[in-house]
Ligand binder design. Structure first.
Ligand code: NDP
Length: 317
């Protein structure tokens, strides 16, 4: 990597709730944070309609509006927010070096906070993505959006722990939940499978794949096929949930950071520290279990406080 053209005390990568919260704390601690927004400024919440479970918004708020508030609050304390994508890092020595947009900028940083998040996987069907984009009843987060389908019938695709957990969450709100499992068995843990099998209003359809999601302005049904018998059928549902996994946006850090088998960054328990001193992680890049805006914001705060302590203990002012 070429020589850095700028030095910063605190570099934050990513602009979801984790990154902006880290920025608010770091800026108020006079760490003069520079935040690079990444490819999807605002993160996953930009794909969400109403957010009703983030404390402080009693009347709900849309995901994009909430992220705009986060951005404004970070700016108020003079976070330097920039557009750009991290294309390479060198965490082998301090200060750490980060390349932006294939060499457009090379930044050296005393502390780095990674808040690059994760991306939900989608089936890739045209009808699914169109209805998702118009807020028409397709979602990758039952905890976020399940409430909107209270008393209604929904379908959820996936067979891992997330799908089971989300199906069981939805079963408490919805009249009926149909799980679409593409194989003849689940991938989830035995406990989770037992749980969904024991819930009366969950129906499990094995060997079943989604052909199309029906509806123009909102979901009205799902067209499915049994991949063994080739029999096709239509389910009448008003919500379609996708729980087929997430991909953490951590590839660029792989050469230096300890990641788990699915690519999530491993943090030291109870802290935001990674295996590299001076590099911290917050939000979904390290969290495959909770994945909530409020938990991401919480770990963003932890990362900034840990970074501040790190700088102080290394006499970096
Ligand atoms: P997983 O990768 O474990 O499971 C994804 C599921 O989606 C699989 O069953 C897979 O099916 C299915 N799938 C993938 N692509 C498609 C497709 N195109 N069409 C239909 N189905 C598809 O993801 P999870 O998010 O469930 O879990 C990720 C990790 O997080 C796991 O390690 C899990 O244990 C953990 N987790 C833990 C929780 C907890 O401890 N409370 C809660 C949630 C997650 P197939 O089996 O056929 O490949």
């Amino acid at each position: 990597m070429s020589e850095p053209n700028e030095h910063v005390k605190c570099l934050i990568i990513g602009s979801g709730p984790a990154g902006y919260t880290a920025a608010i704390y770091a800026a108020r601690a006079e760490m003069k944070p520079v935040l690079y927004q990444g490819q999807q400024p605002g993160g996953q919440l930009m794909e969400t309609t109403d957010v009703e479970n983030f404390p402080g918004y009693p009347e709900a708020v849309t995901g994009p509006a909430m992220m705009e508030e986060f951005r404004k609050q970070a700016t108020r304390f003079e976070t330097d927010i920039r557009q750009g994508w991290v294309t390479r890092v060198d965490f082998s020595k301090t200060p750490h070096t980060v390349e932006i947009d294939n060499g457009k900028e090379i930044i050296s940083a005393d502390s780095v906070i990674i808040s690059t998040g994760a991306s939900a996987k989608w089936l890739g069907l045209e009808s699914e993505l169109r209805l998702r984009d118009i807020g028409g009843g397709v979602s990758a987060c039952a905890v976020c959006d399940g409430f909107f389908y209270k008393g209604q019938e929904v379908a959820i695709v996936g067979a891992g722990d997330s799908a089971c957990e989300e199906a069981s969450y939805l079963s408490k709100l919805c009249k009926k939940v149909t799980m679409l499992v593409r194989k003849d068995h689940f991938r989830a843990s035995k406990t989770m499978i037992r749980r969904v099998e024991s819930i009366e209003n969950i129906e499990i359809m094995y060997n079943t794949e989604t052909v199309e999601i029906l509806g123009e302005d909102g979901v009205t049904g799902v067209h499915v096929i049994n991949n063994q018998t080739k029999e096709e059928s239509e389910l009448t549902v008003t919500g379609f949930f996708v729980a087929i996994g997430h991909k953490p946006n951590t590839d660029v850090f792989k050469p230096y950071l300890e990641l788990d088998t699915q690519g999530y960054i491993i943090n030291k328990a109870g802290t935001a520290q990674t295996n590299v001193p001076g590099v911290f992680v917050s939000g979904d890049a390290a969290d495959k279990v909770y994945r909530q805006a409020v938990t991401a914001a919480g770990t963003g705060c932890m990362a900034a406080l840990d970074a501040e302590r790190y700088l102080a203990s290394n006499d970096i002012h």
